[in-house]
Design a protein around this ligand. Structure first.
Ligand SMILES: Cc1cc2nc3c(=O)[nH]c(=O)nc-3n(C[C@H](O)[C@H](O)[C@H](O)COP(=O)(O)O)c2cc1C
Length: 131
């Protein structure tokens, strides 16, 4: 099984509808056996995708040509024996979310993740919060 972690930046003025990305991704990823986590603050995206080699490759191919974001950099690409994410989730801090509530949710999503994957999510979230 393949696990891939990338970061990207929302294209300016792309008018991104996060709900639409979520709905399409959930449908496609479930069908293709892809699990993972997409974090966004509407400016940056950090996403881990895992599943059968060909399925992950297919999803990545579609994501790469999506004009809604740019500057896609693969941070980690490796073979894993067991999934670290049981489902496909999206994490975004909503307007009514306290930092504590959001952090608690992230801890749950990342509970089974390897230290490097968890560290990357936690590092980016801390950096964006400090900015
Ligand atoms: C940041 C970002 C993350 C995305 N993640 C996924 C994903 O995990 N799975 C997926 O199928 N599409 C994802 N998409 C959408 C794809 O780029 C593409 O629009 C979609 O897969 C097309 O699906 P369709 O051929 O069923 O219309 C993502 C798009 C963006 C901008």
């Amino acid at each position: 099984m393949r696990q891939l972690l990338y970061i990207s930046t929302a294209a300016p003025g792309a008018g991104i509808d996060i709900g639409e990305i979520l709905a399409i991704s959930m449908r496609n990823n479930r069908r293709e056996g892809v699990t993972g986590l997409l974090w966004t603050d509407a400016h940056r995206f950090l996403q881990v995708l895992e599943g059968p080699e060909e399925a992950v490759q297919g999803v990545l191919g579609r994501i790469k040509i999506d004009a809604r974001h740019r500057g896609i950099v693969v941070l980690q690409d490796r073979t894993i024996a067991v999934r670290e994410f049981g489902a496909w989730e999206m994490a975004r801090r909503g307007p009514g979310d306290t930092a504590d509530a959001f952090d608690g949710r992230m801890r749950q999503y990342l509970a089974g993740a390897s230290p490097s994957v968890r560290g990357t999510f936690e590092g980016l979230i801390a950096a964006r919060r400090a900015a």
